[in-house]
Write a protein that binds this ligand. Structure first.
Ligand SMILES: CC(C)(COP(=O)(O)OP(=O)(O)OC[C@H]1O[C@@H](n2cnc3c(N)ncnc32)[C@H](O)[C@@H]1OP(=O)(O)O)[C@@H](O)C(=O)NCCC(=O)NCCS
Length: 210
């Protein structure tokens, strides 16, 4: 996901900070741990397939998230979304839809590489093109981190960000992730090789605001 710059983490200001001991996650607001700032996280629904189809057509987003895939039919996307909406997620893996409070789905976020024994996990996400730059990604990541650190007892989140993904790099820096390393020549795209940046954030760093 992202890299480094001098902005301060703003988790408290954005209303999605760590929970105070014994307190509600959002004093004065909703008591749902899945709401904060201007968004909420909810389970994928079967009816979300057109939104996923639109997000999947964004190949710049695909390139930055993973890789540009072969085209997928509407039927295949619908089947994939149906599966995401109805499957029993194993372990601590999960996928959410990021939704504005007015009900508009703006993106998706998922956890992966969850290692409960060592307490490490990773997060992937994408925000639809017309919805970027409103802080939704930062708010969504904070909600997920708070749950994994404070409820599931994870102790560190890791993020691998492609070297050319300036937005994701910036996003992670702003959330307080530390740049821990650069793995050279890991991704081939746009006719050349790119490095992967390794970011990490501990539970203690998250609790102290990054
Ligand atoms: C990365 C991504 C999730 C960020 O979503 P977002 O909702 O726009 O993020 P936020 O609004 O929370 O802002 C993130 C920060 O990145 C900055 N940013 C956004 N686009 C940028 C760009 N092209 N270059 C540099 N910084 C950028 C924002 O200004 C903001 O920083 P600031 O608060 O200091 O101004 C979104 O661009 C996206 O979906 N990209 C495609 C998929 C992807 O890259 N996923 C992550 C894979 S690791």
């Amino acid at each position: 996901m992202t890299e480094n710059e001098a902005s301060q983490p703003t988790n408290i200001a954005d209303g999605v900070g760590p929970t105070t001991p014994g307190g509600s996650p959002d004093p004065g607001g909703s008591s749902s741990v899945w709401e904060g700032g201007t968004i909420r996280l909810r389970a994928v629904a079967v009816d979300d397939w057109p939104a996923f189809e639109a997000w999947e057509r964004d190949d710049e987003s695909n390139r930055r998230s993973y890789m540009i895939p072969f085209p997928r039919s509407a039927e295949a996307t619908r089947k994939w979304v149906e599966d995401a909406a109805t499957r029993e997620y194993g372990g601590d893996l999960f996928r959410w839809v990021i939704e504005r409070h007015d009900g508009v789905p703006v993106g998706t976020i998922n956890t992966h590489t969850c290692d409960a024994r060592n307490g490490t996990f990773s997060v992937g996400l994408a925000i639809g093109q017309g919805h970027r730059g409103h802080g939704y990604a930062g708010q969504a990541i904070r909600l997920v981190l708070r749950f994994y650190f404070e409820e599931l007892r994870y102790q560190k989140v890791n993020a691998h960000v492609y070297g050319f993904n300036d937005a994701s790099r910036r996003l992670h820096e702003r959330l307080g992730f530390q740049l821990e390393g650069r793995i050279r020549r890991m991704i081939y795209s746009m006719g050349t090789y790119h490095d992967t940046l390794v970011f990490g954030l501990t539970a203690e760093e998250f609790a102290s605001g990054g």
